[in-house]
Design a protein around this ligand. Structure first.
Ligand SMILES: Cc1cc2nc3c(=O)[nH]c(=O)nc-3n(C[C@H](O)[C@H](O)[C@H](O)COP(=O)(O)OP(=O)(O)OC[C@H]3O[C@@H](n4cnc5c(N)ncnc54)[C@H](O)[C@@H]3O)c2cc1C
Length: 356
């Protein structure tokens, strides 16, 4: 488990302005490695990510898949890579602010940056690194007519208050771990529970699927192989949802709450509106400093573009190393820069916490 200090809760975070030398937006592999490269130069950073866990695409999209093109690691699981990066950046004690999407960004008159998250955390940063990959991961929506009006209330994509679901008629959509975990968690609390999945096979842990099938066999819940079709609404309140199976049969289910777990997909989102030069949904940077069109704002990893750009983890690692030097110069222009080796530099050993 990472031992980086994590923000205890969104509510507690929504107070004082956090002042930092560097704010990194995105805790994917490149954002994490940026912490390391800045740390070697003695520069501190805070990191924000909209996901509840660090690792970006590696952790969210393919945690169990092996990666074969990380230098000196012939094969490395994607989650393993994230765990190794977290271990590597541990000496620098960067604070991670997870589960918070950055929604506000502005350059102040003093040349610093004001950044704020949807959860209310505000930062005052000397420089910003955008390591936002393909964008902030957002839940895939149910996509049926009239759903917009209920999203965040009778239709939920993330459960923030499980207690509020007690005694309700629930319909859960999805076939992955989230759908199955919530099914098993809520079965004893709900008034009724139906699970709807588009096909017979599930992606969730086999033990959870087996338990769910036992509950179906025991008549405790129902399982439908179908897709959402339409909502039943009376007097502005959600009363049910109809689902359609592959043979065209439409079945009406009573429901007060729909819990939809169709997975997450990345969306560039607010970053596109920050006045930074974009090219094909990526931030244009130079290939020396990896600075965007705004001085003091850098971009590394999948989010950036420059001639010859390749969206690979190792490219992002290289970009983070060079960006760190450029950030040092941006923050401390008088400071003389020189390259030191981690093998032999006493000051780097001190920063890494290793004995000389
Ligand atoms: C199936 C698959 C296999 C792959 N295999 C390989 C491989 O073998 N080798 C390889 O080199 N690459 C591989 N890649 C690509 C690799 O995963 C990406 O290049 C890498 O993840 C990019 O890292 P990143 O840190 O730039 O961005 P990401 O990993 O995308 O992380 C960006 C993070 O920023 C966060 N974020 C975005 N916007 C905001 C915001 N506004 N507020 C807060 N947080 C925000 C996101 O939530 C996300 O966690 C693969 C990709 C996929 C999908």
């Amino acid at each position: 488990m990472p031992t980086l200090s994590e923000t205890p809760s969104n509510a507690a975070a929504a107070q004082a302005v956090v002042s930092t030398e560097v704010l990194i937006i995105g805790a994917g592999p490149c954002g994490l490695f940026q912490v390391f490269e800045l740390g070697l130069l003695g520069i501190g950073a805070h990191v924000v990510d909209s996901l509840q866990h660090p690792g970006g695409q590696c952790a969210e999209l393919y945690p169990d898949k092996p990666i074969y093109d990380i230098p000196a690691l012939p094969v490395c699981g994607a989650q393993e890579l994230v765990d190794r990066l977290l271990q590597q950046i541990k000496p620098f004690k960067a604070q991670l602010h997870l589960g918070q999407e950055v929604v506000e960004f502005a350059r102040t008159e003093a040349g610093r940056f004001h950044v704020a998250t949807a959860a209310g955390t505000r930062f005052d940063a000397g420089a910003v690194v955008i390591a936002a990959g393909l964008g902030s991961f957002q839940p895939r929506r149910i996509g049926i007519e009239g759903a917009d009006a209920f999203e965040g209330a009778a239709i939920q994509y993330r459960i923030r208050n499980a207690a509020a679901l007690a005694g309700k008629r629930l319909v859960i959509f999805g076939g992955g771990d989230s759908a199955l975990d919530w099914t098993l968690e809520l079965i004893d609390k709900a008034r009724s529970l139906d699970l709807v999945h588009r096909r017979a096979e599930f992606r969730a842990a086999p033990a959870s699927v087996a338990r769910m099938r036992e509950l179906v066999a025991a008549g405790r819940m129902r399982l439908f192989e179908a897709l959402p079709h339409s909502l039943t609404v009376e007097d502005g309140s959600l009363r049910g949802v109809s689902v359609r199976s592959a043979d065209g049969t439409v079945t009406a289910l009573d429901a007060e709450q729909l819990l939809v777990f169709f997975g997450l997909h990345p969306k560039l989102g607010p970053i596109a509106e920050w006045g930074l030069e974009l090219e094909k949904k990526a931030l244009r940077v130079d290939a020396e400093k990896f600075q965007t069109s705004m001085p003091g704002v850098f971009a590394v990893g999948d989010i950036n573009t420059y001639p010859g750009k390749k969206k690979l983890i190792l490219s992002g690692f290289h970009e983070a190393a060079l960006a760190a030097f450029a950030i040092q110069h941006h923050l401390y222009p008088q400071k003389k820069q020189f390259l030191q080796y981690t093998t032999t530099s006493p000051v780097m050993h001190q920063r890494l916490g290793v004995p000389d």
